[in-house]
Design a protein around this ligand. Structure first.
Ligand code: GAL
Length: 419
């Protein structure tokens, strides 16, 4: 109910902001709909805003709070239905393909050709940025979800080394629990549960099992013993969060790790933006490492900006925004702050911190070895209907409605119905 009300308020706000906006038609500026509202996210977005404003392009901000972007997508649907699409919209994976197939997006081929996008944007991103040979969105970054963020002094004080295996991790959780520290900072929202599940499922199924289950949607893999193990591990995670986890925003969970109230958070690398925004230094104040058992894999999601067709060709402002997003200097400056890594393969890692350098190296290695997979939680493995079906089962299990065996059965059925 609360989130429904929030969504209604967001929609009303979106419509009223637009009604009063001089640039909603795309002339003279850009109106940008996004969900980057946490401290770290806003700091990163400012890099883009400043870049555009330095070119004399006015920016109308249309933030819709809600990690993972579900609320933003609800607002977007309302705007498009009202015939009033924003100029540029943050989008993820299969959602972009969906909007392109509905004919809602402007063609960016001229910008892409002038800037040589084909040569520098990796295939894993092109599959979501280019539909039927047409560039329809501008990739901003590559995030990945199979990370753990840890408070270094909490780990040191409890004699915990970076866990290498699931068993090490489970032992570390027990140690913290016995010491009276919340082992895992978590926000109980479906997209956050699913983000944790990306990594946990990868650790239990391995790369072949993840591919069969979540990319190929093979019922046997979805219903396998390894999947039951994945849910058993989720139950261990659930047993190690605090009592107030329900509904907590992801950045407040990150703050618990920053403040030393909790040992770990399992979250995509946008969490790093929060640590940096709080003045924390990787390796000194906090640690980043791949979820134990997924060190060779990367489950990724890439933020992109879709340019909504404003009736005719891509506008000069949309083209300028797309060009700015893919410029090598912006790719470095933005991603250093955001926690993600560049969407181009030719950007130097010189300005990135240790976590960023590792992120870039891991991404390149995973792409090379065939271990780079779309994130289920962030819409890069399946279309929205399947993603939402998986969310429902993962969250119901996390909240104790299903035991692991029932969750496996429900998953097989839910995915079959959603296709
Ligand atoms: C993701 C998005 C990230 C980050 C996160 C939390 O879906 O790709 O950029 O912002 O949500 O809001």
């Amino acid at each position: 109910m609360r989130s429904f009300l929030k969504t209604k308020t967001a929609i009303a706000l979106a419509l009223s902001v637009t009604a009063g906006s001089a640039v909603a038609d795309g002339h003279g500026g850009v109106e940008v709909l996004h969900w980057w509202t946490s401290g770290g996210e806003a700091a990163a977005l400012n890099v883009l805003k400043d870049d555009l404003e330095a070119q004399g392009i006015a920016w109308t901000d249309m933030p819709v709070a809600g990690g993972g972007g579900e609320q933003a997508m609800t607002v977007l649907r309302a705007r498009v239905t009202a015939g009033n699409a924003p100029t540029a919209v943050q989008g993820l994976g299969f959602d972009i393909i969906d909007w392109a197939n509905q004919g809602a997006l402007a063609n960016l081929n001229d910008v892409a050709a002038a800037e040589g996008w084909d040569d520098v944007i990796p295939a894993a991103l092109q599959q979501f940025a280019k539909v039927d040979g047409e560039w329809v969105s501008a990739p901003v970054n590559v995030h990945s979800t199979n990370w753990v963020w840890a408070n270094k002094s909490v780990l040191d004080a409890n004699g915990i080394a970076v866990p290498e295996t699931w068993e090490d991790f489970a032992a570390a959780l027990e140690t913290l629990s016995a010491a009276g520290v919340t082992p895992i900072a978590h926000g109980g929202q479906p997209w956050q549960d699913a983000t944790v599940f990306d990594a946990v499922a990868m650790s239990a199924l391995g790369p072949d099992g993840y591919r069969s289950a979540f990319i190929d949607l093979d019922p046997e893999a979805l219903g396998s013993d390894a999947m039951k193990e994945a849910f058993d591990r989720m139950a261990v995670i659930r047993a190690n969060v605090d009592d107030n986890f329900s509904g907590r925003d992801w950045n407040l969970a990150t703050a618990m790790v920053i403040n030393g109230e909790a040992g770990f958070q399992m979250m995509g690398d946008w969490a790093k933006g929060e640590f940096l925004n709080a003045g924390e230094v990787p390796g000194e104040d906090f640690l980043c490492f791949r979820f134990p058992g997924t060190q060779d894999q990367v489950t990724f999601n890439a933020d992109q900006f879709m340019m909504f067709d404003q009736g005719g060709n891509v506008s000069a402002e949309q083209a300028a925004l797309a060009t700015a997003i893919l410029s090598p200097s912006f790719q470095s400056a933005f991603n250093v702050v955001k926690g993600s890594v560049p969407a181009r393969t030719d950007v130097s890692d010189a300005d990135f911190d240790a976590c960023g350098k590792q992120g870039m190296a891991d991404l390149a290695a995973a792409a090379e070895s065939g271990n780079l997979f779309g994130s289920v939680a962030h819409g890069h493995a399946n279309e929205a209907s399947v993603k939402n079906a998986i969310y429902d089962v993962v969250t119901a299990h996390f909240n104790g409605e299903f035991d692991s065996e029932t969750a496996v059965d429900e998953l097989v059925t839910a995915v079959e119905i959603a296709q």
